[in-house]
Design a protein around this ligand. Structure first.
Ligand code: Z5A
Length: 209
């Protein structure tokens, strides 16, 4: 696919502060004259949001790991066709809360699905399209879960044990160390002001503000 826009993704474990920073980043980018589409995964389309409800519903106790992965990629396929690719083709910025790195971290490392099976779906659905920049909000698992817990009721993923989230974190860090150009790590355990400053520095380094 030929694209002219910029595809930025935000990744990280529970309570890392992605959603909090999403609006801040969009604001900064818009003030610098960019047109920005803010979206999320799973979700981002009418169909995708319905699939998200199924995925996060903690009463769905019988969803198998493979079903979970396939539903996530079904939502992603719709999201790419309906929203992400057309927006990039218009030359705009797509700012997406989670994308395929999350599938490797949660379904791969967390659930134990083989990486090459995820890669097959990635190649099929994305046809070579990958994020240009990924901000990884890294936080120690216990602090992140404590923060997320303050929001109230937990979803199906948040029912998992500490060990699951530790595997997710290590997978993200490992992916970041193998793709240092694309990934920028944010030390998300720090104060909100410090986290914002780290993000602004990265955006400046990329001539985005
Ligand atoms: N998932 C998957 O398994 N595979 C995939 O391929 C994809 C997703 C795409 C939904 O994602 C779930 O989907 C997710 C993985 C799975 N698992 N879960 N759970 P989500 O992104 O919508 O939900 P989330 O990961 O649970 O996001 P989150 O817990 O909301 O994290 P966050 O957005 O990074 O955190 P936040 O809401 O911005 O902040 C949490 C709290 O901390 C909040 O009260 C803030 O005010 C506070 N906060 C934020 N920053 C700070 C600082 N710096 N200091 C102090 N307090 C702070």
């Amino acid at each position: 696919m030929k694209k002219q826009g910029l595809f930025i993704t935000l990744e990280g474990g529970e309570g890392a502060g992605k959603s909090t920073l999403l609006d801040v980043i969009a604001d900064v980018l818009r003030k610098s004259g960019n047109t920005v589409l803010v979206t999320r995964e799973p979700g981002g389309t009418k169909t995708g949001e319905k699939l998200r409800e199924i995925l996060l519903d903690k009463t769905n106790t019988k969803i198998t790991d493979d079903t979970e992965l396939l539903v996530i990629f079904a939502a992603r396929s719709q999201h790419l066709s309906e929203v992400i690719i057309p927006t990039l083709k218009q030359g705009h910025i797509v700012l997406c809360d989670r994308f395929t790195d999350a599938s490797y971290a949660y379904q791969g490392a967390g659930r134990g699905i083989e990486t090459n099976r995820i890669k097959v779906l990635e190649d099929w659905v994305q046809q070579g399209l990958t994020p240009d920049l990924t901000l990884l909000f890294d936080i120690d698992v216990e602090t992140g879960l404590r923060r997320a817990g303050r929001r109230g009721e937990s979803d199906r993923f948040e029912q998992e044990k500490l060990d699951f989230f530790e595997k997710v974190r290590q997978c993200y860090l490992q992916r970041a160390s193998s793709e240092t150009e694309r990934f920028k790590i944010i030390h998300a355990g720090r104060s909100l002001e410090e986290v914002k400053q780290q993000v602004l520095t990265i955006l400046q380094e990329h001539d985005l503000c």
